[in-house]
Design a protein around this ligand. Structure first.
Ligand code: AM3
Length: 503
């Protein structure tokens, strides 16, 4: 078996070597950030420690564990709360110079703005930030990565109420004030498009709101609520950036942006209808948030199609929106074909924006997938997509600086895998080679990309999939919490080292 194993390794690295020659890290800028990404609920554990309050994900996983594929939760997760020093050593061991993590809102403000600040929580992030900086690793902080204090859901249904803006401003101000002397990269939200789609259209994530045929909920309105929640999120972003610009930025000298979930969309045919549908798909996902933040209004196609379903920005809102952002974070994993649903008929489904249908996304064209399928249902390996989405964002938003805030390869956990099998993740390594190569192409053609974060340093709690999907450069044994480097970790380490010596 060992000989077979060696054979497998050498065979699998053949095409890689060819690619690696082309993949020259010296074409990346000098001060490029190489990092790994994470989020509080997926990593920290310690869900009741040192005064932390309950988040909506704590409540969901305890009240209705059947909603999570393996019935699990983030009570312990990878216990980064207690293992942060060890994890920083693991980061140092693979040469990364930045770490993207999020603040657990309920850890610092257990009851949102309706209660006390939890200094136990503030102190944890101080320890984490200081320990990172001691190793020369830049903290790259997300203020809100899906989880929020249950209090906010309970009081007014979270993002459906304009009151949520007050809560977010309170959180943002506290974080800038407490950590901004040392944190130079902030993002307001992680993937707000996913958050509203899962939470308010499909009803599959907190606060589980939807209406048929988009999902099977008892309360909600999938036609309207996603737009209301998104509107409050956009205004929360604007208000937080406004506070950063007016109160903190001059003194602290950091940058602030937002992270978007960016699948690449390819028209399924050359027909004008499918091409237009593809533009619609982009408008109803990424541009939905980025257009108002950067141009001050919703994409024209959305306005035309949704009419008065789409909330309006007051002149005061428009003033705030002028604060914009300093960079765009792109999370790229996969690509889809888009088919028109206005002129041709599509089955109504959760990804169709309105019941009568606007577009449909599918990874298949005539039965052939857009990229190599993986063991998880939504991911297809299409490295060209990263160059395409970066170029699209660059062109649409006047070459605003970009960070790739997530890119990674998921694998379904197979409990009977041998150590050899789960550590030799050449598929993940190939994925990173391909995507960095394609990203370099976008940079060579002029995109201002300033960093790349792998999702993820460690295997972790993958939301609705629980622990059944693994994304880590390091394998985690959930019984012992032992972290072991995979092949992809060594590859990333060498890639970064090569960049260091060549620039
Ligand atoms: O889970 C992370 C990665 C992996 O798969 C990360 O936290 C997310 O930002 C990102 O979206 N990732 C991801 N996406 C697949 C499906 C996400 C569903 C989210 C549902 C919860 C609102």
């Amino acid at each position: 078996p060992f000989i077979n194993f060696l054979l497998l390794i050498s065979l699998s690295s053949l095409p890689l070597r060819a690619l690696s020659n082309r993949l020259d890290p010296s074409h990346l800028p000098n001060n490029f950030l190489f990092g790994t990404a994470s989020s509080a609920y997926q990593y920290e554990g310690a869900y009741l420690s040192d005064g932390k309050g309950l988040s909506d994900w704590d409540v969901l996983t305890h009240r209705t564990p059947e909603k999570i594929k393996d019935g699990s939760n983030g009570d312990i997760a990878v216990d980064q709360y207690h293992h942060y020093q060890e994890d920083i050593d693991l980061m140092e061991a693979i040469n990364v110079n930045s770490y993207r993590f999020s603040i657990s809102w309920a850890r610092v403000l257990p009851k949102g703005r309706f209660g006390e600040i939890n200094y136990g929580g503030i102190s944890y992030y101080n320890r984490l930030i200081n320990a990172l900086l001691l190793k020369g690793i830049q903290p790259f902080v997300t203020l809100s990565h899906f989880d929020l204090p249950e209090e906010i859901v309970y009081r007014y249904g979270s993002w459906l109420s304009p009151e949520s803006q007050e809560d977010f401003i309170y959180l943002a101000d506290l974080c800038f004030k407490s950590f901004g002397d040392r944190v130079k990269y902030w993002t307001t939200f992680n993937e707000p498009d996913n958050l509203v789609t899962y939470g308010y259209r499909r009803g599959e994530a907190p606060p589980f709101r939807c209406s048929k045929p988009f999902g099977n909920c008892s309360e909600g309105d999938s036609e309207k609520e996603p737009y209301v929640a998104a509107h409050n999120i956009i205004l929360s972003h604007a208000a937080a950036v406004y506070i950063y610009r007016t109160k903190y930025q001059a003194e602290q000298g950091g940058k602030i942006g937002i992270v978007m979930h960016c699948d690449w969309y390819e028209p399924i045919s050359n027909s004008m209808a499918d091409k237009k549908a593809t533009e619609r798909a982009r408008s109803f996902t990424n541009n939905w948030f980025l257009d108002p933040i950067i141009f001050g209004e919703y994409p024209p196609i959305m306005q035309k199609i949704l009419g008065n379903i789409l909330p309006e920005f007051s002149s005061n809102d428009k003033e705030k929106l002028k604060s914009g952002l300093d960079f765009i974070g792109i999370n790229y994993y996969t690509s889809y074909y888009v088919k028109d649903c206005i002129y041709s008929k599509c089955e109504p489904g959760p990804w169709i924006t309105r019941t009568e249908g606007l577009f449909e996304q599918s990874a298949l064209k005539d039965g052939v997938p857009i990229g190599k399928p993986t063991s998880i249902d939504w991911q297809y390996v299409y490295p060209q997509g990263i160059e395409k989405i970066v170029t699209y964002v660059k062109n649409r938003y006047n070459n605003t600086p970009i960070f790739i805030t997530e890119n990674g390869y998921g694998e379904l956990d197979k409990p009977n895998n041998t150590e050899e099998q789960y550590l030799n993740d050449f598929n993940r390594k190939n994925y990173m080679v391909g995507h960095l190569d394609s990203l370099l192409e976008a940079i060579r053609k002029g995109a201002d990309v300033r960093g790349y974060f792998v999702w993820s340093l460690l295997d972790n709690f993958e939301w609705l999939q629980g622990y059944t999907v693994r994304f880590g450069l390091y394998h985690v044994d959930y019984a012992t919490l032992k972290r072991t480097p995979r092949l992809s970790a060594s590859w990333y380490k060498e890639f970064i080292a090569k960049h260091k010596t060549e620039t």
